[in-house]
Design a protein around this ligand. Sequence first.
Ligand SMILES: [Zn+2]
Length: 380
Amino acid sequence: MVNRERLIRTTQELIQIPSPTGEEREIGKYVKAELEAEGINAERDEVGNVYAVVGEGERSIMLNAHLDTVPPQGYKEDPYGGIVKGNKIIGLGASDCKSGVASMLEIARSVNENELGGRLILAFSVAEEGVLKGKKYPKGSMYAVERYSADGCVVLEPTMYNGVPRISGGCRGRMILEIDVKGKSAHSSRPKSGKNAIEEAMKLVKRLKDHELLKGRYFGDALEETLSIVRIESNSPATNIIPSLCSITVDYRTLPGREGVKEEIKRAVRDSGVKADVRIPYFSPGYVLDAKSRFLQIFYESVKRSFDMNPKLMVALGRADSEYFYRKEIPAVIFGPGENDQCHKPDEYVLIPGMVKATNTVLGFVKSFLGRETDRVGST
Ligand SMILES: [Zn+2]
């Protein structure tokens, strides 16, 4: 069992260290120092990720959570207060994802190295909420998968729903499209002598909205794609000038594993008959684990045992770093102590009872997965 008070205190202390994307240095130092205080060697890499390995052996499991947060917005409480009110800890990142970071630290402290017949790899990563600029990879976790392989990975993003756990065995994909629609500038008193790029863009938006969004079923639930226009702007410098350029940004969430969707969407733009340049600055196709995946089954049983209920299995609507592990053939689930609906909300909180239970669940899973030969569950 984990130490409840220490877990709460760690979550509070993590909240008290501001760490918006790009400013993870201080929190990285804290995490490293906390591990070293337990006699665990910890290391920071060139982008600021912190790693530690506990135990020895062939078999391995990786835990991953991100150190960064989005910037605070709309807070009434102090975003960096980390105060406890009733059964909540309040502050920026309480659920997304500092309680996950605290869980990992608490698991590292609670696990007895001698009980493990394998390696517990801890990867605390930077730049999950944003991107690394001018580096080899845009996301911190992409460095973690380059450094370590594992037999499975748990990403501790929030998957609690009012204290009730769910497990994500995959995530939807995400594509960002930047489209420059071309027109021809003219005086707005004679619009017909030009071509209004905004009006052209409207035709294209209509075509994109008509693009067939797929529906699927995963773990028994319906899931669908969504396509949203998130930004639109023209280059018109004055109110009496017809714009020659209109830029649209689209956020497209795909069903898992839709590798071919890039070509499909480019075709839709071509078919609209509108003159446009398309860029895809980001595409991550998402993934889903086979429901029969051994790793998923073992993890599911751990949650079931710990909470004494059948947890819901699902595909996360948002993209998650677990995808990078999956791509390196490491089966990855998303399961963490935070409240899922609290992500990026003002006065974000985490519920203490669920946080403690979820942390004990992951600890129990680690112990059974990496246990010594005799008491190991699910050895292959
Ligand atoms: Zn997160």
